[in-house]
Design a protein around this ligand. Structure first.
Ligand SMILES: CC(C)(COP(=O)(O)OP(=O)(O)OC[C@H]1O[C@@H](n2cnc3c(N)ncnc32)[C@H](O)[C@@H]1OP(=O)(O)O)[C@@H](O)C(=O)NCCC(=O)NCCS
Length: 182
């Protein structure tokens, strides 16, 4: 398990799946805002790749997020679009509603940076989020991500086009921030 200050990133367990399905992916508004595609209901027993991890997919790594104290499941975190030639990947996360706004998101981003830069040897991490997602923007910026551009009207969300913000972090800047040489 990867450990942050308050959260851990561990493998998906069978009993995480119904909780994530009902509390995260059954939420039409949250799913429409967080996913690139349209919301659809997820049936119990479905092998939806967001829930059932495919270990042979080399381009993404899916974690369940737990509280370090007690081990309660609080969400999901993903390193996706892993490109080992350009050494780039994207970060995604979603916390259960009761676990938002407590500083966990910032800690999840920090822990994913450690995984991406140290464990995987990546050079650049990237996040795309809706321009009004203050909690995601701040979780990223608290970890040194820089706003690199606005993707105008790039996301169809619940009846309207919305802008997305593209944020990036380079390993050299991350190392300076956390005080590691190199
Ligand atoms: C986005 C998300 C991961 C952020 O995690 P979080 O634990 O809620 O965020 P934190 O508690 O670490 O807060 C980070 C910052 O955002 C601010 N913030 C938190 N919730 C907020 C809200 N609802 N509105 C405005 N600001 C908010 C916090 O005050 C903090 O800023 P500060 O330290 O400068 O005060 C989480 O809210 C979530 O899962 N949301 C739904 C799914 C989603 O949007 N995923 C991202 C898709 S790209």
């Amino acid at each position: 398990m990867l450990r942050g200050n308050k959260i851990g990133l561990r493998a998906r367990h069978e009993d995480d799946i119904p909780v994530l399905r009902t509390e995260l992916y059954d939420d039409v508004v949250n799913s429409s805002r967080a996913e690139a595609g349209p919301w659809r209901p997820v049936a119990p027993g479905s092998d939806d790749p967001r829930l059932v991890v495919n270990d042979t997919d080399e381009r993404s790594v899916r974690f369940s997020v737990v509280e370090l104290e007690g081990g309660t499941l609080i969400g999901t975190a993903t390193l996706w679009g892993i490109d080992n030639h350009n050494r780039i990947a994207h970060i995604g996360l979603g916390l259960l509603p009761s676990s938002r706004g407590k500083g966990y998101g910032t800690d999840v981003v920090a822990t994913l940076c450690h995984y991406g830069f140290v464990v995987r040897g990546l050079h650049r991490l990237q996040i795309e989020t809706l321009a009004d997602n203050t909690a995601m923007l701040r979780s990223a910026e608290h970890n040194g991500f820089v706003r690199e551009g606005v993707l105008r009207s790039s996301a169809w969300v619940m009846g309207e086009f919305m802008d997305e913000v593209l944020l990036g972090l380079l390993v050299r800047d991350w190392k300076k921030r956390i005080g590691v040489d190199g």
